[in-house]
Write a protein that binds this ligand. Structure first.
Ligand code: NDP
Length: 449
């Protein structure tokens, strides 16, 4: 007899959902977390990031407002107010998560967990260590920022620290060209920080539709961000209050803050997995099958710690699927086709399905590309020099829409609905048959000829 039917390590998106659902199905559940309940998404990811995006957009909104008749004003920004309000909101959300788990009788244990054998977990907190036992164990420990091994990398920070800044730097240099890099660059630029972004490759946001990527870079540059592609950093030096970046092209760049957003690595080390022989990839991603089972029969893993798409909704779906499979006698797995995603860059991007490059590879000459580039109505009177782009990719043979992409205001909101259409296999004819919502940007999706 074990202390718990199910013991979950990590109270992030995947772990919280799995524990709550397993408890709903009648399991006795323990959940260990050594930091705060909510995980990366709630505490230092999606949620505070989006609050910061909102904050940073006001500078442009204030400028836009003049074209609508509002007088120009003096709009000072106070970082401390934003941070304090953000902290309050995150505390509130963390409280709600905890309450919800309590209501479902999940026992939250604030301790660091380590597996001693396949059924025994050591829990360590300030008071010392103890052990508990469990029938099934879930590893949902997420991922952590990873940095390249270059001299001076200890001077760099990750997005984690941004959420705790006491004050804003005057100048920041962001390294990387993925989700976090472009989102953070937009936030800092909007808040009035002189911002540079250095990306080692040909074009930012590798893996997304090329035209959308190029458009984002153009718009970021128009907004004043110093975006440099084909730029890598060989060394970081400290000189008084400044950091000097030695770039691979031989040039140097001085900055007040160096933010690395160069990917995230699974949190799978030092929790007893190697000793138990749990199979992992070289980079630490835990290897699981379609039902999130590791090679050790009672140990499971979901979310970022397994690699794959590091997205909150995926971790949540995986956690729910695992709980249904293990505790509701209903084998469930996640369908990873047509996963929509949004990048909260400025302008934001919403995307689902194949990029034009992937679709061209798959459908060749049968691929039909529909595109619409336009100025958002809101920006006409505002006089803002920003254009949106919408693309639909259609398999000419079946008329099925295989990719939808948008860069422009509200694209995150709009793509969610479009994703349902792709999920059910909608054709271009069905898009065309849908009546437009007018006047809107979303209507472009049903008006493209
Ligand atoms: P990403 O994998 O998105 O991007 C990493 C970037 O760093 C790439 O541009 C990559 O370049 C570059 N890079 C990697 N290694 C090096 C290196 N050694 N030197 C220089 N550049 C390097 O990771 P992020 O850190 O941006 O985000 C982590 C994950 O978090 C994302 O994959 C995403 O799933 C998730 N996330 C989701 C968000 C959302 O849904 N809106 C928001 C934020 C994060 P290259 O392309 O050449 O490999």
């Amino acid at each position: 007899m074990y202390d718990y039917d199910f013991f979950v390590i990590g109270a992030g998106s995947g772990g919280v959902r799995a524990s709550r659902m397993a408890a709903t199905y009648g399991a006795k559940v323990g959940l260990a977390e050594d930091y705060r309940v909510g995980g990366t998404c709630v505490i230092r990811g999606c949620v505070p990031k989006k609050l910061f995006v909102y904050a940073s957009e006001y500078s442009a909104h204030f400028r836009d407002a003049v074209g609508f008749g509002w007088s120009e004003g003096n709009h000072d920004f106070d970082w401390k107010t934003l941070k304090a309000n953000k902290d309050k909101e995150i505390d509130r959300l963390e409280g709600l998560y905890g309450k919800n788990l309590d209501n479902h009788k999940v026992e939250i244990i604030k301790a660091r967990a380590k597996l001693l054998d396949k059924h025994t977990i050591e829990l360590t907190d300030e008071g010392g260590s103890r052990t508990v036992t469990a029938d099934k164990i879930l590893i949902a420990t997420g991922a952590w920022p990873s940095y390249p091994d270059i001299p001076g990398i200890e001077y760099a920070i990750s997005s984690n620290e941004v959420f705790e800044f006491d004050e804003l730097p005057k100048k920041i240099t962001v390294v990387g060209g993925g989700y976090i890099a472009v989102e953070m660059a937009g936030i800092f630029n909007g808040l009035g920080v002189e911002t540079a972004l250095l990306y080692r490759g040909e074009e930012i946001l590798r893996g997304f539709d090329l035209e959308i990527r190029t458009k984002l870079r153009d718009e970021m540059v128009k907004k004043g961000i110093d975006v440099r592609i084909h730029h890598d950093v060989d060394e970081i030096l400290k000189n008084g209050d400044k950091y000097i970046l030695r770039l691979s092209d031989g040039n140097e760049m001085a900055t007040d803050c160096v933010l690395y957003a160069t990917g995230r690595q699974a949190n799978s080390r030092n929790i007893g997995l190697e000793e138990l022989g749990v199979e992992m990839k070289e980079n630490g991603d835990i290897i699981v099958d379609d039902y999130y089972r590791t090679n050790v029969d009672n140990i499971f893993a979901v979310g970022d710690v397994t690699g794959g798409m590091q997205l909150t909704p995926i971790a949540i779906k995986e956690g729910a699927a695992l709980a249904a499979t293990q505790f509701n006698n209903k084998p469930t797995f996640v369908n990873y086709d047509n996963i929509p995603t949004a990048i909260f860059s400025q302008p934001p991007i919403g995307t689902v399905g194949l990029s034009e490059e992937e679709a061209r590879e798959k459908y060749g000459d049968d691929l039909k590309v529909y595109r619409s580039e336009y100025k958002s109505m809101k920006f006409t009177l505002a006089g803002r020099d920003e254009r949106s782009l919408i693309k639909l990719l259609v398999d000419g043979e079946t008329d099925k829409v295989v990719g939808a992409h948008m860069i422009g205001p509200d694209s995150a909101e709009i793509i969610q609905g479009i994703a349902i259409a792709l999920k059910v296999g909608a054709t271009k004819a069905q898009f065309d048959d849908t009546v437009a919502v007018h006047p809107s940007s979303a209507e472009e999706f049903v008006l493209m000829k």
